[in-house]
Design a protein. Structure first.
Length: 204
């Protein structure tokens, strides 16, 4: 694993365990609806160069530090998504991507259990797969996106919905043979529905 992402992961985990002693720590998981950017190739293979979104999933941990009506919530999440592309041959091919996401969210408590939040999401690409072909290279394995959304907390349970978007175009290149290569914008755009469970800490 890239040394930079390893250092960041350790730093985030340290933060999570620190905030565990302060406010709360828990696990989370959920479903997403994802799409990626345009795809192009050298042989005009594609009918549509915009991907069709498909469902994905995510699972991870979070910590929470309460600061009055405001809170800080770092997360470490494994994310798996799929997009579908139509071919001129009449078939379709799936583009699968696995990432390690590290959102650092700042939230605001509103009325009762309702809250809103936003913040950056640091993203590290673990795996790209298109048409059974592993990627030859990717512009940036480490990228930054943005999350914003709303949620509710009911005791130890939490439910939130959020929108995530990568900031910068990030092109992955796939080599099928010596004459054909595919270039795909792997920047994520997704709607995420997550359920969380607080393992420790008091609700404030």
């Amino acid at each position: 694993m890239n040394k930079r992402i390893l250092v960041l992961s350790i730093a985030l985990l340290s933060t999570v365990f620190y905030v565990n002693a302060q406010s709360g720590f828990g696990v989370k998981g959920g479903l997403s609806y994802n799409s990626n950017g345009k795809i192009s190739d050298d042989t005009n293979t594609f009918i549509e160069n915009e991907g069709k979104g498909k469902s994905g999933y995510n699972v991870g941990i979070y910590g929470k530090l309460d600061l009055g009506p405001i809170y800080l919530r770092p997360e470490l999440v494994y994310t798996k998504t799929t997009s579908e592309y139509a071919l001129n041959t009449g078939g379709t091919e799936d583009y699968k991507i696995a990432r390690l996401d590290m959102p650092v969210l700042v939230g605001l408590k509103l009325i009762g259990p309702l809250n809103i939040f936003a913040g950056p999401a640091f993203q590290y690409t673990l795996e790209n797969d298109f048409n059974g072909i592993k990627y030859e290279n990717i512009d940036n394995e480490f990228t930054v996106g943005f999350n914003f959304g709303a949620g509710v907390e009911l005791g130890r349970l939490g439910l939130d919905v959020r929108y995530e978007r990568g900031f910068n175009k990030n092109e992955a290149t796939f080599i099928e043979n010596t004459t054909t290569s595919y270039r795909l914008d792997s920047r994520p755009e997704q709607i995420i529905l997550s359920l969380s469970y607080r393992l420790s800490g008091n609700k404030k």
